[in-house]
Write a new protein. Sequence first.
Lengths: 50, 217
Amino acid sequence: MIVLVFGFAGLALVILVCALLTRRLLREVALEDADAALRSEYDDLDQGKK
Amino acid sequence: MHTLSWLVDFVGPNMTGGNPAHGDSSADATENASKSRKLLAICIASLLALGAASLWGVVVGAHGHLALSNVLTVPMLIAASALSALPLSLFALKLTSQKVHATDLLLAYTSAAFAGCTTLLLLAPLVAIYQQSSSLIGTAVGPVSTVIAFTVGACVFFRSLLKVQGTGALGALAVPVLLLIVVQAASLVQLASLSNPLFGARTRLGHGIDAIAPSNE
C-alpha cells in the first residue's frame, strides 16, 4: 500500500514540476524566438545597407 | 505551439529536427535547439503522455466501472515506473558517457513516452469495443494494447536517441538505454500487480512477475 502512496506522490510531483517548468520555459522560449526574429531582421537590414 | 510542432517533428521519421525559431523544420540538427526548448518539449511531452494514458484508462475502465479510478491509476503507474527507472539510467549514463547530456536522454525518453501513450489512446476505442463484445479475446485485448504501446515507445526511443546523438554514441548509450527499458518494464508490471485492476478483471500481466514466470511449486 505504501508503494502506491509513493506512486501517487510521484505522479503529483511530476505533474507539478512539469506544469511549473512549462509556465516558466514558455516565457523563456518566447523571448528566445523574439530575439532570433530581431537578429534575423537586423541582419537583413544590415545586408541591405551594404 | 512551435514547441509542440517541434516535438511532433522530433517523434516523426525525419532524421533531424530543426529549430522553428529559425524558420527551419528539418534542416538543422536537433542540437541547434536551445536547452530551454528541449526542457519545454520534455515537460509538454510528459504532460501529454500522462493525459493520454489517463484518457486510455477512462475508456478501457468503462467496462468494469473503473473509469474514475483509472484516471489516476494509469498515469501513476507510468510516472512511478519512470521515476524508478530514470535515476538509475541517468547514473549509468554519467558513468559510461561524457558526451551525452541528461537532457538529450530525457528528451528521447519523454518523446517516446508521448508516442507510446498516444498509441495507447488511439487503440482505446478498439479495446473498449472488444471488451464489451467479445468473450474470446475481450480480456486479452487490453494487455495486448499495452504491449503494442510499449513496443512503439521503445522503437521511438531508439530512433530519438539516434537523432540526438547519431550512431557514434550507440555503444556508450547501450547500458543506460537497456537499463531504462528493463527496469521500467519490471517496475511497471509489479506496480500493476499492487494497484487496482485496470480492466474488469485482473489479467495475467496484472499479477506481476509471479504470473509471467511461475514458480515450480
